[in-house]
Design a binder for this molecule. Structure first.
Ligand SMILES: Cc1cc2nc3c(=O)[nH]c(=O)nc-3n(C[C@H](O)[C@H](O)[C@H](O)COP(=O)(O)O)c2cc1C
Length: 200
């Protein structure tokens, strides 16, 4: 499978965790990395180009730090402009059917904060539910997010090991040693048109 990693960090030079994740997947065949803030510093997203990129890949990864329980703004702008009615969803909008969507995020908060009784009151998959429903509307399968919690507080060894797990996941999905259908997010049911898309 071909993997498209759309990553967004508004201050990549100050990043620790996202940069470790990016380094871990650097140079992999059939893995395309796109730095959205570098390509579109004015957020002037080239819609036809982004749509072509989507069509050329099977797994779309949105990689970013969790900012205010969501994504940095350019991911939202990308969604708003690229996922057009009649292309990604709606009448005739079947271009993404049968593909896979996954979030790969880092958080400042520790794992135990992301529970109903924890400081952040919600599970990560609940906070990312707009991406769950975006995938569903586009007849895609939404995979369980990959999360590095509190990576800036990790030792170098711990962070390298977490980034290595990210690489293993990306490589496994690419090579088919990890079946993405076994990694659906908890509670996610495949949209009706997903199977038609996959057999295309
Ligand atoms: C504007 C902003 C908003 C943030 N919002 C959250 C948040 O909602 N939840 C959280 O756990 N961490 C939050 N953080 C912390 C970042 O997610 C964390 O520092 C980042 O994932 C670490 O990756 P980096 O080293 O690549 O920046 C926020 C940080 C910033 C600057």
């Amino acid at each position: 499978m071909k993997i498209l990693v759309l990553h967004a960090h508004p201050r990549l030079s100050a990043s620790v965790v996202q940069r470790a994740m990016l380094r871990a997947i650097e140079g992999l065949d059939d893995v395309t990395r796109v730095d959205l803030y570098a390509e579109y510093p004015g957020m002037d997203i080239d819609v036809p180009r982004e749509q072509r990129r989507l069509l050329d890949h099977d797994v779309i990864v949105l990689q970013h730090p969790l900012y205010w329980y969501s994504s940095p703004a350019i991911i939202k702008e990308w969604q708003d402009l690229v996922l057009e009615n009649g292309w990604a969803y709606g009448p005739g909008g079947t271009k993404l059917a049968g593909r896979f969507l996954m979030s790969a995020i880092s958080t400042g908060g520790p794992e135990q904060a992301y529970h109903h009784a924890g400081r952040n009151r919600f599970e990560i998959t609940e906070l990312l539910s707009p991406f769950n429903q975006t995938a569903w509307l586009c007849s895609m399968a939404w995979l369980a997010p990959f999360v590095i919690h509190a990576g800036r507080r990790m030792s170098n060894t711990e962070l390298s090991s977490a980034a290595e797990s990210y690489r293993d996941l990306i490589v496994g999905l690419r090579d088919g040693t990890i079946d993405p259908l076994t990694r659906l997010a908890p509670g996610f049911t495949l949209p009706p048109a997903f199977v038609e898309g996959i057999s295309r």
